[in-house]
Design a protein around this ligand. Structure first.
Ligand code: DOR
Ligand code: ZN
Length: 360
């Protein structure tokens, strides 16, 4: 028996949609379609895909391409560049969902490793917009020092260890303006899965110990964690199977089913899932959902995740073969049915820029 429920206006604030100079991996059309298939109303795109979103020209190019192709609503991150692009911050901040600072190595060339450099970026970014940070291990403490100094709202993406959660719990208790995102791959996979997964289990931050995974679940349950974000990062099958596989896994179409499976297992409440994938991201980024915008999901649908059913251009998932419970039946945006029966019904360009000329 189907059990249909509505999940209101889901927002994934952490995706790498590719396109532009990496359109061989995926495109704005394919990955925003994957977002609709995953139940999402909107996604925010990270700046590390070439050409990096670190100057106003690259930003304008990405805006134009998304405007033409997107089938879900969207926002764009501006990236902090090693060369020091702070003089452009005041001009671009009103057009983007936030600034992304990479403080540890990952895909692309946006690493800011030096604390003094990081401080310049923190000082320059306008206070009205979120700073999203990639920070692992003790780097979390370095960034907290900057949050303490500059008091700028900071979202820690893809937190993956018990120790990092401890640092951030203390930061919240101290009253620092920080929020925490975790990813489904760190909730459902550990380093023990690496032999079976091979390069499909490679991402940054990497898979961790079972004790870390358990700490993330406890953080979801207690309310410490604010957001579940996919870190959707498609790479082609050939790239992943090469001798030097890139880091990253897709996640837009598996995040909600995995969380609903946890609801069925009694590990999370449906209300908590709605907070993690919809209410909290909207609140943190200060955006309101349009009316009549939701995913219609069947909580009872029981099936196995398989790559043949995915809409992402990469055509694989680290969760291949996993049995889940909960399927997106339809996605609605602004009163329009944009996804149903596994088909995308919106036309390219239907998606709207959530930060077009917004005030910050
Ligand atoms: O695994 C990852 N892949 N982590 C990141 O931070 C970037 C991403 C990508 O762009 O491939
Ligand atoms: Zn990422």
């Amino acid at each position: 028996m189907a059990r249909l429920v509505i999940i209101p206006a889901m927002l994934d604030p952490h995706t790498h949609l590719r396109d532009l100079d990496w359109s061989h991996k995926a495109t704005f059309a394919s990955e925003t379609a994957a977002a609709l298939a995953g139940g999402y109303w909107a996604v925010f795109d990270m700046p590390n895909t070439p050409p990096t979103t670190t100057d106003p020209v690259a930003l304008a190019r990405k805006q134009a391409a998304l405007r033409a192709a997107a089938v879900c609503d969207w926002g764009i991150y501006y990236g902090a560049a090693q060369s020091g692009n702070m003089e452009s911050y005041d001009d671009v901040a009103g057009q983007v969902c936030g600034l992304k600072i990479y403080n540890n190595a990952t895909t692309g060339n946006l690493l800011i490793a030096e604390q003094g450099q990081r401080a310049h970026h923190y000082a320059a970014w306008p206070t009205g917009r979120v700073i999203a940070v990639h920070a692992e291990d003790e780097t979390v403490l370095d960034i907290l020092q900057l949050v303490r100094q500059y008091r700028k709202r900071t979202h820690f993406v893809h937190i993956s260890t018990a120790a990092e959660l401890d640092y951030l719990r203390a930061a919240k208790e101290e009253g620092l303006p920080v929020t925490i995102g975790v990813c489904p791959h760190h909730l459902y996979l550990t380093e023990a899965d690496l032999p079976a997964l091979g390069s499909f289990g490679l991402m940054k931050p990497g898979l961790k110990a079972p004790a870390d995974r358990d700490a993330l679940w406890a953080g979801l349950q207690s309310g410490l964690v604010d957001v579940v974000e996919s870190d959707h990062a498609p790479h082609t099958l050939a790239e992943k199977q090469s001798s030097q596989p890139p880091y990253g896994v897709p996640g837009l179409e598996t995040t909600l089913p995995l969380l609903l499976t946890a609801v069925q297992a009694g590990r999370l409440t449906l209300e908590r899932v709605i907070e993690l994938v919809a209410l909290n991201p909207r609140r943190i980024w200060g955006i309101e959902a349009p009316p009549d915008t939701y995913a219609l999901v069947d909580l009872e649908a029981d099936y196995v995740l398989e790559r043949a059913r995915l809409h992402t251009a990469c055509g694989w998932t680290p969760f291949e073969g996993l049995r889940v419970r909960g399927r997106v039946r339809e996605t609605w945006i602004r009163g329009r049915r944009v996804f149903a029966d596994d088909q995308v019904l919106a036309l390219p360009g239907f998606g709207q820029d959530l930060f077009r000329d917004s005030v910050c």
